[in-house]
Design a protein around this ligand. Structure first.
Ligand code: TYM
Length: 325
């Protein structure tokens, strides 16, 4: 399996990122290809503070390593360290039909809200297609919100192949139903920085507790029977808990006599224990930022070698000469 995925360094990672994507990155390490990158070029479409971007990229790398990415079994790199990806973006842009991009959510939503979009936001999915196609990736672990982009990637690859002959490999999204759309603390929308409803992974226990306690529930009283299937607290609890723990808490919901405060405390406890080792590892990494930088550099070296091969293939397919060495 040739696995690849990317994540934007637009803020600290949250539980949606973790269950929707990062946990799968970790599970899919050690494959023929396990490439993961920090999408700093994509982040530039929304983040225009250079110091913040640098800090976020460094935090992102530390977070991913602390959560369990192992440089011996996977390749972690910065998107912008592989400049070939911007070259492939242009080559793909020349054959990408406008209507494919016009229907993409990020652009469509901005337009619907009367906000002017930059060309970078409009062509964002083409850069994403290049990210995937440049490593001949076949498996792309993501949350549900990225499925549309993978479809665009397939459409772009297919059109390139039909114009120039079989050159690009069509990838598949790898989405786990159970965690494809992690709810936020507002109880109904997906967890997302843009909705201000996130629970960051590396948060102080005090703040974590506060966020969990603030998660919206319905207004049933302590005695009432409750429905675990429509409750965001329970949806989050399920992601951490064993099947037995899930069944136990679900039964208490249905029996009545349990307040939401208790369910939230149970969520806090499973989350704290789930991330305990990652918190320790993160503290150690903070003391040695050079190690993190070395991992990113070595990752870029490996990724770039692969990208150069594929870009040469694409250049040749569309009639450009091989680049002089
Ligand atoms: P980004 O940075 O918004 O999110 C990173 C990953 O986290 C997943 N995710 C969620 N999954 C479930 N529930 C949620 N509430 C939730 N919130 C976020 C996202 O689905 C994603 O998998 N365009 C991409 C980054 C990217 C990329 C790529 C991904 C750039 N190039 C190539 C795959 C392949 C993005 O903005 O993800």
């Amino acid at each position: 399996m040739k696995v690849l995925s990317g994540i934007q360094p637009t803020g600290r990672f949250h539980w949606g990122n973790y269950f929707g994507a990062i946990r799968q990155y970790i599970a899919l390490q050690g494959n023929e290809q396990s490439f993961y990158f920090i999408a700093d070029l994509h982040a530039l479409t929304t983040l225009r503070n250079p110091a913040e971007l640098r800090q976020n990229v460094s935090d992102a790398a530390m977070d991913l390593l602390a959560l369990g990415l192992e440089p011996e079994r996977s390749t972690l790199f910065r998107q912008s360290d592989v400049p070939e990806v911007t070259e492939l973006t242009w080559l793909l842009m020349t054959i990408t039909q406008m209507h494919l991009l016009e229907k993409c959510h990020a652009y469509k939503d901005k337009k619907a809200n009367g906000i002017a979009a930059d060309a970078g936001l409009f062509t964002y999915p083409v850069l994403m297609a290049a990210d995937i196609l440049i490593y001949d990736s076949d498996t792309v672990p993501v949350g549900a919100d990225q499925i549309q982009h993978i479809e665009v990637t397939r459409d772009v690859a297919q059109r390139f192949n039909s114009l120039y002959g079989e050159t690009l490999l069509l990838p598949n999204a790898f989405v786990l139903d159970a965690s494809a759309k992690v709810p936020g603390t507002d109880g109904d929308r997906k967890m997302s920085k843009s909705y201000n409803n996130t629970i960051p992974i590396f948060e102080s226990p005090k703040r974590l507790r506060k966020l969990i306690m603030s998660t919206k529930t319905d207004s049933k009283s302590l005695e009432d029977e409750k429905d675990p299937d429509t409750c965001a607290v329970f949806s989050l609890y399920r992601l951490f808990a064993t099947l037995e723990q899930q069944q136990e808490l679900a039964a208490r919901y249905r029996a009545g006599g349990m307040g939401y405060g208790e369910a939230k405390q149970a969520l806090y406890d499973v989350a704290m224990s789930h991330f305990a080792d990652a918190f320790d590892r993160r503290q150690k990494l903070e003391a040695s930022p050079d190690i993190v930088e070395d991992v990113l550099k070595e990752g870029a070296r490996r990724a770039r070698a692969r990208a150069q091969e594929v870009v040469e293939r694409v250049r040749s397919a569309c009639g450009l000469l091989a680049r002089p060495v």
